[in-house]
Each structure stands twice: as C-alpha cells, then as structure tokens.
Design a protein around this ligand. Structure first.
Ligand SMILES: CC(C)(COP(=O)(O)OP(=O)(O)OC[C@H]1O[C@@H](n2cnc3c(N)ncnc32)[C@H](O)[C@@H]1OP(=O)(O)O)[C@@H](O)C(=O)NCCC(=O)NCCS
Length: 298
C-alpha cells in the first residue's frame, strides 16, 4: 500500500470509497475534485490517498480550522480505509502523514473523527474521545409540504438574499453551536469558499426566514444528485424557541424535494438538544454516530 498526495483525478474513486465507508455523507465528485484542485485558502489544507494496485483504498485530509478563534487548531478529516484492506498499515500511514503535516504548520490541538469501532485506533494514536456526533436521515418521498409562515414572516431562497446577508446570519448563529472549538471566526472569504462558491450548494433550496424585515434564521442545503446535506441551520439567539429553525428547515426540505432530492442527511452534536428536537419533529431517523477525538501535539 502506497501513501501519496491526493490529486484532482482521484475524486471519483475518493467519493466511491466514502460512499462505502460513510454512506450518510454527501459530497459529490465535482465538489471533491474542486476541493483537491483548489483547497480552502488560509488553511494549509492537504490530503493523501492510500493506493493499492492502482486503486484508491484510503483517504485523509488535514488542515488548520480557520473558523475558530482558537489559534493553531488542526483537524484530520475523516481518515478512512476500505474495509477489505484494513489491518495493513494504511490507516497508520495516512495518520502519520497528516500529523507530520499538522506539526509542520504549527498545529497545537488536533481534532479527528472516529466511528465507534475505530476508537481503539484513535486512542493508539494518542487521541481521546470527546463528543458524540449523531448522523440522521430523512426520506423526502413524498415531498413534504411547504410550511405556511406566520404573519410578518417571509421565507426567501439563498439566491434571492445573496451572500453578504447569509454570511452574517450564519456566522452569528454558528457561535452557539456546541463543539470542541467555538465557531466564532467565520470570515467572509472562508464562508465564500465553504458555502457560497461550493459546487454542491443549492441556492434555490437553501432558505432564510425574515421576521418583520429582519433576517432571523437560515437553513443551508448542499446536494449531490438526489441526496442532500443540511450544511447548517441556525436562528439568531434573540429569536430562538419560536419555531424559526423548524420553519426554515421544513421549507428548505420542501424546496430540495421539489427539485429532485430523495434523501436528506444531517449531523448534530449529541449535546445540541434544540437541533436534535427540531430534527426529531421533522422525522429524521438516526443512521450512524461518530466521536470527535482530541490530542495535543508537542
Ligand atoms: C438549534 C437552533 C437552530 C434551534 O433554533 P430555534 O429557532 O430555537 O428552533 P425551533 O424554535 O424551531 O425549535 C426548537 C426546538 O428545540 C426544543 N428545545 C429548545 N431548547 C431545548 C433544550 N434545551 N432541550 C431540549 N429541547 C429544547 C424546543 O422545544 C423546540 O422543539 P419542539 O418544536 O419540539 O417544541 C438554535 O438553537 C441555534 O441557532 N443554535 C446554534 C447553531 C446550531 O447549533 N445549529 C445547528 C447546527 S447542526
């Protein structure tokens, strides 16, 4: 098994492998190719594949988290190896490459994600489990109805609203999302990359709610064919517990389904009680869980 830097031409095989190991994730070939060819700016992003007989059988990426104020917070995203090729050192080699890269860019604290069965592997590499991340799915057949907004509330698509407003709302609401590092430094440039310019963003299905002329909640949709990922749903802290998240996510799901999406996926921190409540009410069913795992680099 050979570890090498990922190239854009790997995208189709990387997506096929991810579909096998993490079928509840949604990132298409075009979006993956774009990420490898044009990595997010300012993150020192790098990715590796494990190759066996010319086929991609493993993947890991590593970068600096640019959306938190915590300095030098590194991440190793979704390291995984094909189930038939485990136990042959591929995972360790990918991790070693990723950790060497994070050391070189000055990372101090490092986060990675592990399926429950991979926790012993993470522990062997010096990581301690921290938070549970719950993945869930919702069948969008038949198309769920479009909700009726209460008086004074308007539902607008992301395309109608434009990026500046959406970014402001996203960055503001995300500050309260529970996690290992605060999401409190989401610059317009990094948001443009991750969201607005992302090839997977569905600007017609992504929805914003305005109450008495003020933007108060949003739900972002990324899609790959007939599958979608809820990138983020958030409500301004001043307007929570009034049904806005449920309303805006319901509208986004309706629009996505009307545009051909059949299954919706989402993930939530296990301690995010309000978002888990919203999703339970929408009918999402749990499909998988992962743990964030942390270690410090010396
Ligand atoms: C999660 C969030 C979007 C919810 O927004 P909201 O507009 O208050 O949501 P709604 O009013 O539509 O629904 C909230 C639901 O959570 C429930 N809830 C609120 N606080 C709760 C708590 N502490 N424990 C359990 N349930 C809670 C409410 O009862 C309601 O459920 P119900 O409709 O079954 O009664 C909002 O808290 C937020 O923006 N948080 C920060 C960003 C974030 O974490 N986003 C999710 C990323 S995955």
């Amino acid at each position: 098994m050979r570890i090498r830097t990922a190239v854009p031409e790997d995208a189709a095989e990387v997506v096929a492998l991810r579909a096998l190991v993490h079928p509840y994730l949604v990132r298409g070939v075009e979006s993956t190719r774009h990420m490898i060819a044009h990595p997010p700016p300012g993150e020192d992003w790098a990715a590796w594949v494990a190759e066996l007989d010319g086929r991609v059988v493993g993947w890991a990426s590593a970068y600096r988290n640019s959306q938190t104020s915590e300095p030098n917070f590194g991440e190793i995203s979704l390291p995984h190896v094909h189930p038939e090729h485990r136990g042959r050192g591929g995972g360790t080699a990918l991790f070693t490459a990723a950790l060497a890269h994070l050391r070189a860019i000055g990372a101090r604290r490092v986060l990675t994600w592990a399926q429950p069965e991979a926790l012993p592997f993470a522990r062997r590499h010096g990581f301690a489990p921290s938070r549970e991340l719950r993945y869930s799915a919702l069948d969008l057949r038949p198309t769920p109805p479009m909700p009726q907004p209460p008086p004074g509330v308007r539902l607008l698509s992301a395309a109608e609203v434009g990026p500046r407003l959406l970014h402001r709302l996203d960055a503001e609401a995300a500050r309260d999302e529970p996690g290992d590092a605060p999401v409190d430094a989401m610059s317009y440039d990094s948001w443009q990359y991750e969201v607005w310019q992302n090839p997977g963003l569905d600007r017609e299905a992504s929805t914003l709610a305005e109450a008495d002329g003020t933007p108060v909640a949003l739900s972002l949709v990324k899609r790959d064919g007939d599958r979608m990922w809820s990138e983020f749903t958030g409500t301004l802290s001043t307007h929570r517990r009034r049904g806005f998240a449920g309303l805006v996510k319901r509208a986004a799901l309706h629009r996505a389904a009307a545009r051909g999406v059949r299954t919706a996926y989402t993930s939530n921190d296990g301690a995010n009680a309000p978002m888990l409540a919203v999703n339970a009410r929408l009918g999402y069913r749990p499909v998988a869980s992962q743990w964030t795992c942390l270690r410090t680099l010396t």
